[in-house]
Design a protein around this ligand. Structure first.
Ligand SMILES: NC(=O)c1ccc[n+]([C@@H]2O[C@H](COP(=O)([O-])OP(=O)(O)OC[C@H]3O[C@@H](n4cnc5c(N)ncnc54)[C@H](O)[C@@H]3O)[C@@H](O)[C@H]2O)c1
Ligand SMILES: [Zn+2]
Length: 355
């Protein structure tokens, strides 16, 4: 069990293969007046019966349509109306069963329904298991952009069962693994070494290997989030690969890359910048590039001009007077935040990836 410290308390993250079938019992112990599961058809089809076995039929199940395009205020409203119909009161417990999309929506509903009720995450994608289920960030998208409405609201508990990844499409698994590589680079050299040595087992979805990877990522995220709840300091290191990653996602209207894939390119660009500045040894840079490629394929960057990405960075609210903050590796397992990367340096790094 991993504990995440938050102001005024802490919550446990329990990681165990097979946990989903016992999750019902664990949830019942929380003594909620009503358990309301928020999920979607895809996840419920694969895993609903397993959860229901322990939970009993009394729980209310609210299914929302699958996909990032439904991470909206309108979905939040629909769920809230259903909660009222199910007579969920302040003692109700919301349970998210799904990937990061379901987790972000359900967490946000929990933050605002009756001015806040408890919730538990049961993440079912690798990305959600290693990243989005810990940290308390909740929210939805607006037409104007992603995650523009939201709140910090921490779960009571996170229940992680790596066995549910057996039904996850392989591309989604690999996208989550890029976030795991990120964890290795920013703060866990043994994890990076493990991802190198056991790539075959990890990519085959072998449970012992996956469980070890998920554990190490969760431990790192818990450490970072416990030290910095609201992303003022240490938490920014989690953004390694995300500056250019977000620009790539936006430039392709969020339809071409999975998030982790865009981050994979972003990490390679940041690695190039670090190497060009002489702050990262060439051999370490080569290992980072090689590991990312090993966990590929990553969809190629096509029909995107480096200058267009640079303008995205320019428009980014974190860019001031032509310089951008970047999280750059200094060796495998350590990064620093460099505040003065010029758009020219960033463009060169991106162009380097295209050649
Ligand atoms: N809150 C945070 O800190 C945080 C951090 C990172 C990302 N996010 C958010 O997470 C979202 C992305 O999450 P995601 O990558 O998990 O995508 P997702 O939730 O859309 O899931 C990907 C796909 O996999 C399906 N799926 C989920 N579990 C499955 C399973 N076990 N078997 C088969 N199919 C399954 C889903 O229905 C969906 O079609 C984005 O909206 C992003 O903004 C939030
Ligand atoms: Zn990410």
């Amino acid at each position: 069990m991993i504990r995440v410290r938050v102001p005024g308390g802490s919550y446990p993250v329990i990681l165990e293969p097979g946990l989903l079938s016992r999750a019902g019992k664990t949830l019942k112990k929380l003594g909620a007046s009503r358990v309301c599961v928020v999920t979607n058809d895809v996840v419920w089809h694969h895993w609903g019966a397993t959860l229901e076995k322990g939970l009993g039929a009394q729980a209310t199940v609210i299914r929302v349509p699958d996909g990032e395009q439904n991470k909206t205020l309108s979905t939040v409203e629909t769920i809230a109306e259903e909660l009222v119909r199910a007579r969920a009161d302040r003692g109700a417990l919301i349970v998210s069963l799904g990937g990061g999309v379901i987790g972000d929506i359900a967490g946000f509903v929990a933050a605002i329904y009756l001015r806040g009720v408890d919730y538990v995450h049961i993440p079912t994608t690798l990305l959600a298991q290693v990243d989005s289920s810990v940290g308390g960030k909740t929210g939805v998208n607006l037409r104007a952009g992603k995650n523009l409405v939201g709140s910090f609201h921490h779960p009571k508990m996170v229940l992680v069962d790596p066995s549910v990844l057996s039904t996850l499409p392989e591309r989604e698994l690999r996208a989550g693994l890029f976030e795991a590589i990120k964890c290795g680079v920013i703060g866990d050299q043994p994890l990076f070494n493990f991802l190198e040595k056991k790539a075959g087992d990890v990519l085959d979805g072998k449970l012992p290997a996956l469980t070890r990877v998920i554990h190490d990522c969760l431990a790192l995220k818990a450490r970072v989030v416990s030290a910095d709840e609201k992303e003022n300091g240490l938490r920014r290191i989690l953004n390694f690969g995300h500056t250019i990653g977000h620009a790539l996602e936006a430039e392709t209207s969020y339809r071409y890359f999975l998030h982790g894939e865009a981050v994979a390119w972003g990490m390679r660009a940041a690695t190039n910048i670090a190497e060009a500045r002489g702050t990262l040894h060439g051999s370490a840079a080569a290992r980072i590039h090689a590991l990312i490629l090993r966990y590929g394929p990553v969809p190629p960057i096509v029909e995107i001009q480096p200058q267009d990405l640079a303008s995205r960075l320019q428009a980014d609210k974190k860019t001031r007077q032509g310089v951008v903050h970047f999280v750059l590796p200094t060796k495998i397992g350590a990064v620093k935040i460099v505040p003065d990367i010029t758009l020219h340096q960033a463009t060169r790094a991106i162009a380097g990836l295209l050649s």
